[in-house]
Design a protein around this ligand. Structure first.
Ligand SMILES: NC(=O)c1ccc[n+]([C@@H]2O[C@H](COP(=O)([O-])OP(=O)(O)OC[C@H]3O[C@@H](n4cnc5c(N)ncnc54)[C@H](OP(=O)(O)O)[C@@H]3O)[C@@H](O)[C@H]2O)c1
Length: 261
């Protein structure tokens, strides 16, 4: 039976490949991205997919998107969280958040919470959070917005750790939460970098990273048959044990609720 799959960051890399795979299988795919270029890429790869343009680093646009999706798709079988941008220098959003924190943390929390009811209406609902789970990131509790100590890798690792905590905090109801770390896949990741680093990352990833086509099957398998446990963590197709501190998970959701009431 065709299913409805919402993919944030569905216009490039792994998200776009998932959009193509699932539309070709007859599923209804809604792919979200922020750019015209992304829309063009999606049209080429997966013409049957529906595109919605939204800047997901904006809380306001994320909430509008969730409201629209719930109204138009009261049953959502899978939510894939794949929107990401690597920011070499610290960027602040119009709403005053550090950009990586807004896109990697706040957006993923709001999307999962905002689509909760539509997901619960599906027979076997699943959230796939594509992230750097299990890489040992940490939350900078004294400086969540990294005002004093911004480094791109610090922001990225904090976002990855936040995904682990948000997965643990979410895990309830029928919707299964999957933290999936693809590790190193040749995608549009290099596009976030400025030259000359951009060229270097592109070449390195062409040589060492897994092609998207190879990275895809374990992810689609989890969408097709979600695990029975409420929260699972996977690294390159293999399940891993991940100890998550429930108190820290609670602390993060409380901090997010205070920042994004
Ligand atoms: N590739 C890897 O090696 C790797 C490793 C570990 C984890 N991951 C995770 O896997 C996921 C997918 O990675 P990828 O490498 O496939 O990504 P990618 O090719 O860089 O694509 C990123 C996607 O995010 C969208 N996006 C970026 N900023 C956005 C915004 N403000 N609002 C809406 N959409 C936005 C982009 O669309 P627009 O350009 O249209 O905005 C694009 O569709 C990410 O969450 C990443 O953290 C990837």
């Amino acid at each position: 039976m065709p299913r409805t799959i919402v993919i944030t960051g569905g216009t490039n890399g792994i998200g776009k490949a998932l959009a193509r795979h699932h539309t070709e299988r007859g599923d209804q795919v809604v792919a979200v991205g922020s750019s015209e270029e992304g829309e063009r890429r999606l049209r080429e790869a997966a013409p049957q997919a529906r595109f919605i343009r939204s800047d997901l680093s904006s809380l306001r646009q994320t909430r509008d998107l969730a409201e629209r999706l719930n109204a138009e798709h009261p049953v959502i079988d899978a939510l894939v969280l794949a929107a990401f941008r690597f920011n070499s220098a610290r960027v602040e959003t119009e709403e005053g958040f550090e950009h990586t924190f807004a896109l990697y943390v706040l957006n993923r929390w709001l999307m999962a919470e905002g689509l909760r009811d539509s997901l619960e209406n599906a027979p076997t609902p699943v959230i796939i959070n594509l992230c750097g789970a299990g890489q040992g990131g940490r939350i900078h509790w004294d400086d969540l917005q990294l005002k004093n100590s911004y480094r791109a890798i610090t922001a990225t690792m904090q976002g990855a750790k936040a995904s682990e905590l948000l997965g643990a905090a979410y895990a309830s109801g029928r919707t299964k939460y999957v933290l999936y770390n693809p590790v190193f896949v040749a995608t549009g990741l290099h596009e976030s970098f400025k030259q000359p680093l951009r060229g270097l990352v592109r070449v390195t990833s062409a040589v060492f990273a897994q092609p998207v086509a190879k990275a895809l099957p374990p992810i689609t398998a989890l969408i097709d048959q979600p695990p029975s446990e409420p929260l699972t963590t996977w690294k390159k197709g293999k399940p891993i044990d991940l100890a998550v501190d429930r108190n820290e998970a609670r602390r993060l959701t409380e901090a997010i609720r205070a920042l994004a009431p």
